[in-house]
Design a protein. Sequence first.
Lengths: 156, 109
Amino acid sequence: MTHNMTLRFNRRQALSIGAGAVGAMVLGETIVPAYAKNDTEELINKFTGGKQATPGKVKLDLPEIAENGNTVPMTVSVESPMTVQSHVTDVLVLADGNPRGGVVTFHFSPASGVAEANTRIRLAATQNIIVVAKMNDGSFYMDTKQVKVTIGGCGG
Amino acid sequence: MADVKPRIKLDKKEAKKGDLVEVKALVSHIMETGQRKDDKGNVIPRKILNKFSCTVNGKEVFSADFEPAIAANPYIQFKFKAQESGPVVLTWTDDDGSKIVGEETIKVS
């Protein structure tokens, strides 16, 4: 009998967890990145000089779910011919849920040939990663991606 | 830190002019964030590699500024356009000012 009860409890728990996850997913799509958590917004403003960054051109490649926040592989690539006339100069990567917003800044030049770099980053919790690219003509492009982090690997 | 030897791999040792050469590099470093505390509650001071740069034949092709959010034993992967033969020098700069340097060569035909 106890066995049966345990089973029922587990099933109910599982159902509620499932419903919660669905709710979070629905919310996740409409949520506007909350920059207020750390110095992310200031860092973006400092980088762009108050200019608005346009979404697009930048591609941020990260796992949707990171089991271990201590080392999360990340690839950033920016669409650009990378010629002297038109190239990417700097790419700023930020994490809005870390104690501090800054993650890394890549510096490219026409000698890079392609604006693409990969490294491994630390993420303290589930959060948004924001990448802002600066072009040599002074325009800015950006991309944002949410990463779910499960520290300790408990699968939640 | 002078005894640290970075592991560097170029996807090709010989390239035609204009080819893209991919560089992968890994270096051992604790990358202490300055956020953690020891068992007595004292903050462990920050110690990270804060700057990375790659030069080919003395010209910088790529560089990066690292923050504490870069994982321990930093890994970096990027590409450059082959222009002329010469040394590919990768340099990491520590918070204490010391440098870790690694070198490969590229032959461009």
